[in-house]
Design a protein around this ligand. Structure first.
Ligand code: NAP
Length: 469
């Protein structure tokens, strides 16, 4: 029997569809899942001529793979990945490539790389974005690890990846060790921020103007034809238009307002603190999910704590227009924060990330795909040393024309008592970054007062301490 070009372990939502994606591109795929039933049902739903080989033990699985073996692990992140690696290790030989395509924490990937590096097994931590559909029809892929493994995998990964408008596959070598999973983590952090900003826009327009979900769907659909064009805006319009079959109401109005999270946004925030990068809008998005989960407390507090009661008096069309600009401006600032974190982390961990390439492979396939990513790619291509995306001419100019709308929209939210945590942090980041002088002089003085932490002066070199009392 002809051996398989690649094997997939873990036939859940993602593994199932990635296996079919490889097969559709002419690759013979070996399959293995802990629960045999999933393997059987995938094979039962396949056409007879599909090149899929079902296997029911890891020994059988490894025996069916062409050497060097290429194995894609698509199991739950965490212990299942470690368990799988331990079980596979005795069955593999030097040169074999083991890819973890799950959302593993990048420091776990660093540790696994360290453990496997002397065995000759090439360990690849690959971020995958695009969800269920992307896995089947073309995801954005972020492989990190040994370059030798990338050279072997590149043709296959280019085949299955999403293609950007110019036809370029949305995959590239990201960097050594845990770089692929690091970049996927920050991608998700940016995704959190983007979703939060959209949610605030929805909240403001809904409450200030009393618009129905279907009216809001029209607005988002229109925005999707503008500079805001993106997958998240597109699905927002589709979500808002969906009717609940049971009640006849818009489905979104029937959904409990408690956002869940799987951890990648939190990891991004935590890591940003570690590497010393400011990502307040990503952190605000995590905070708002946390606050949303206190539903019971919020219901109680809504009856105890007071706030403004007035209604919006302005022109609805003007508010819609301002909100569109505010959303775009805050989105640009949030992406600038995410790219800033990647820049800082690249230095910290020696990943040598190419920011233009990262933006380029996010142009299609992934959840944050957006017209804006073409502009980000162009900004880093024309200035690879760009220290902050906000300084790129296209960003600088758009923010010059949009920041006032962002201020106006936040003020309206404040007046109406609508939380605008994402937009407010985006504007504060923008204003802080463009401030020649911040009040950190006072903080330094306070630190020196209570802890003799010393300070530097603006008029001469040296370290100073004052006896303040
Ligand atoms: P899923 O549908 O829940 O499938 C999980 C898979 O992991 C199943 O095949 C399951 O096997 C296997 N598994 C769990 N624990 C195991 C263990 N201890 N030993 C062996 N196998 C085990 O998950 P998924 O959505 O495909 O996600 C897989 C990975 O991709 C996760 O890391 C996820 O974060 C990441 N990811 C998901 C998405 C998405 O949109 N869903 C997007 C990007 C990345 P059984 O059938 O035996 O339970």
């Amino acid at each position: 029997m002809k051996k398989a070009d690649i094997g997939v372990i873990g036939l859940g939502v993602m593994g199932h569809n990635l296996a079919l994606n490889f097969e559709r591109h002419g690759y013979r795929v070996a399959l293995y899942n802990r629960t045999a039933e999933k393997t059987r049902s995938l094979l039962a739903s396949a056409k007879p001529d599909q090149q899929l080989i079902g296997t029911y033990s890891l020994e059988e699985f490894c025996a069916h793979l062409e050497r060097p073996r290429r194995i894609l692990l698509m199991v739950q992140a965490g212990k299942p990945v470690d368990d799988m690696i331990s079980a596979l290790q005795p069955l593999l030989e030097p040169g074999d490539i083991l890819i973890d395509g799950g959302n593993s924490y990048f420091l776990d990937t660093e540790r696994r790389h360290e453990t496997l590096k002397d065995t000759g097994i090439l360990y690849v931590g690959m971020g995958i974005s695009g969800g269920e559909e992307g896995a089947l029809w073309g995801p954005s892929l972020m492989p990190g690890g040994p370059y030798q493994a990338w050279e072997n995998l590149a043709p296959m990964l280019r085949d299955i990846a999403a293609k950007a408008e110019d036809g370029e596959p949305c995959v590239d070598y990201i960097g050594p060790r845990g770089a692929g999973h690091y970049v996927k983590m920050v991608h998700n952090g940016i995704e959190y921020a983007d979703m939060q900003l959209i949610a605030e826009t929805y909240h403001l327009l809904k409450n200030a103007l009393g618009l129905s979900a279907y009216q809001l769907a029209d607005i988002f659909e229109k925005w999707n034809q503008s500079e805001l064009q993106s997958y998240l805006i597109q699905i927002t319009a589709e979500v808002l238009r969906k009717r609940d079959d049971e009640t006849g109401h818009p489905l979104v109005d029937m959904i409990l307002d408690e956002a869940q999270q799987k951890g990648t946004g939190k990891w991004t925030s935590q890591n940003a603190l570690d590497v010393g990068a400011a990502v307040p809008t990503i952190s605000a998005a995590v905070d708002m999910r946390i606050l949303s989960a206190f539903k019971h407390e919020r219901v109680q507090a809504s009856r105890i704590l007071s706030g403004p009661t007035k209604a919006y008096q302005g022109d609805p069309a003007n508010l819609i227009n301002l909100t569109q600009q505010a959303l775009y401006a805050s989105k640009m600032i949030a992406y600038a924060q995410g790219m800033g974190l990647l820049r800082q982390a690249s230095l910290e961990y020696g990943y040598d990330l190419k920011l233009d390439r990262l933006a380029a492979i996010w142009r299609a396939g992934c959840i944050i795909r957006a017209r804006l990513l073409g502009d980000i790619t162009a900004a880093y291509q024309s200035d690879p040393g760009l220290v902050n995306l906000l300084l790129a001419p296209a960003f600088r100019d758009t923010l010059a024309s949009h920041h006032q709308a962002l201020r106006e929209v936040i003020k309206i939210g404040i007046d109406l008592g609508i939380p605008m945590m994402g937009m407010s942090t985006a504007l504060a980041y923008y204003d802080a970054y463009r401030s020649e002088r911040l009040p950190a002089n006072l903080i330094q003085a306070q630190r020196d007062y209570f802890g003799a932490h010393t300070y530097r002066r603006i008029d001469r070199d040296g370290i100073f301490h004052t006896e303040w009392t």
